[in-house]
Design a protein around this ligand. Structure first.
Ligand SMILES: Nc1ncnc2c1ncn2[C@@H]1O[C@H](COP(=O)(O)OP(=O)(O)OP(=O)(O)O)[C@@H](O)[C@H]1O
Ligand SMILES: [Mg+2]
Length: 454
């Protein structure tokens, strides 16, 4: 009952019935007009019998016979020069409804037809109209309305039966063609989608009639392409997941081994041998860097922990960053928050700190000495532009900034910082984008909802 085909079936029946009603309305009016005109013709013919008789007098018997034939109480034909011929019954009832057939109006005809249909008792009609074969003569007939209504009912029934038959037949045709053209392919697409969701790797449910040139064909082709892309992405994801697990394990074990190496290098640094003294700092640094790399990789491989939401003051984060970030060798590094930007947002404080720390440390490493935070609120979201005065991001890295391990211009950089920052912002329902970069500096934009939801 809820299927598309069933609804279309009902709608088609309904629409055909509506159009049948629209056809019926003028046709019932015309039917009544024809009936009355035929009566006038017959009446005129009957009156002509008077002309044919000697002395223009006919017997009462013939008069009744002629009136019966027309189905009238009285017939009067008036010629252009005023002469009248009339046939009438002695006890004729007076006319109750006057009808003129001289140039009738369409609306009037329709109204009169329905008026006649909805009457209950019999009415006496007095119909006046032009004589059919005698120019300028007028025929007036007095007759019962009841027989007219009976044939009108009969006609209406026939139209109704025909309409029902036509609408059922049309609806059946529309139903079959729609099912064939639309509903069946849609059902197949739906089935294929459901099967794909359950078992994406199973190709046996893929649809192959992609040669269709209509919209269904386009949908099928796009669906096929989408499935292939999804399968490729899934394969890639599985591979990456396996790789991630392997890298995590390696990093973990490597970090333990490096801990041992750190112990040994610490002991080495106590050695009195000048040669050893000379190389140990380099060795210690290298081992520290390797250990740091292992830690970052492990951190990245871990799922982002669920958000611990609390009110976070942006100004506090900036103050902390100013205190913690190591200034570049040749001067002080400063982070300035634009005026009137003391916003409080609902977020995970530690994660937000990591976001800004990653972006700020990149600027420090690139050689910037100031970082300006320009903040504004827009439709319940906070837009923080982080503007540095560094040398800009190298051309070749711009397209891969947010892909893990893909780009780093530093010797000991992993190329993870921005990816991590972006993931953390996304976990808050926000976005991190590079807005501008060039010789005079770069601008990153953090766009987060003022109230994140966990
Ligand atoms: N503000 C900036 N100015 C200039 N270059 C930048 C800036 N921010 C990022 N970069 C460039 O983008 C690269 C990638 O940054 P990302 O933070 O992802 O990795 P990283 O800093 O190299 O390593 P880490 O994982 O330790 O953060 C950097 O190496 C640097 O070349
Ligand atoms: Mg970085």
């Amino acid at each position: 009952m809820r299927s598309l085909s069933f609804r279309v079936l009902c709608l088609t029946i309904f629409f055909v019935m509506v159009s049948e009603v629209m056809i019926y309305t003028p046709s019932i009016a015309r039917f009544r007009l024809t009936y009355l005109t035929e009566k006038m013709d017959k009446a005129h013919l009957a009156a002509m019998a008077i002309d044919g008789s000697p002395d223009r007098i006919i017997s009462q018997e013939l008069t009744f016979e002629l009136l019966d034939h027309v189905g009238a109480y009285e017939i009067v034909v008036t010629g252009p020069d005023g002469d009248t011929r009339s046939l009438s019954r002695p006890m004729r009832p007076p006319g109750e409804v006057q009808i003129s057939l001289y140039s009738p109006m369409a609306m009037e005809l329709v109204f009169d037809a329905f008026d006649a249909l909805f009457q209950t008792g019999n009415r006496i009609l007095r119909v006046t109209g032009p004589a059919p074969m005698e120019s300028a003569a007028t025929v007036t007939v007095t007759l019962d309305e009841f027989p007219l209504r009976a044939v009108m009912y009969d006609y209406s029934w026939r139209i109704l039966t025909l309409s029902v038959l036509i609408s059922v037949f049309t609806a059946a045709l529309v139903f079959v063609s729609l099912r064939w053209l639309l509903v069946r392919p849609l059902e197949r697409i739906t089935g294929s989608l459901v099967a794909f969701r359950k078992r994406p790797e199973d190709r046996s449910t893929d649809l192959d009639d992609r040669a269709r040139r209509d919209e269904i064909g386009v949908a099928l082709r796009e669906l096929g392409l989408m499935k292939e892309e999804m399968r490729a992405a899934l394969r890639q994801r599985t591979r990456l997941a396996a790789l991630g697990t392997a890298v995590s394990k390696i990093s973990h074990d490597l970090r333990n081994m490096l801990a041992t190496a750190t112990l040994i290098s610490d002991r080495l640094s106590m050695s009195q041998d000048p040669d050893v003294q000379k190389v140990t700092p380099t060795l210690v640094k290298a081992i520290d860097r390797a250990a740091a790399l292992c830690s970052t990789t492990l951190n990245f491989a871990r799922e982002t922990p669920p958000l611990k939401l609390a009110p976070v003051r942006l100004a506090e984060i900036v103050a902390e960053l100013n205190a913690e970030l190591v200034a570049p060798a040749d001067g002080a590094f400063r982070i300035v928050l634009s005026e009137d930007a003391d916003f409080v947002l609902q977020a995970d404080r530690d994660q937000m700190y990591r976001v800004f720390a990653n972006i700020a440390s990149n600027a420090v490493n690139a050689g910037a000495d100031t970082l300006r935070l320009v903040v504004r609120e827009e439709g319940g979201r906070l837009l923080v532009d982080i503007v540095d005065n560094g040398p800009g991001i190298p051309e070749e890295g711009r397209g891969r900034l947010f892909q893990p391990f893909q780009f780093s211009s530093r010797r000991d950089g992993t190329g993870l910082g921005l990816t991590i920052a972006r993931d953390l912002v996304q976990a808050h329902g926000g976005t991190l984008t590079l807005e501008r970069t060039g010789a005079s500096g770069s601008t990153f934009r953090v766009n987060v909802p003022l109230r994140a939801t966990a």
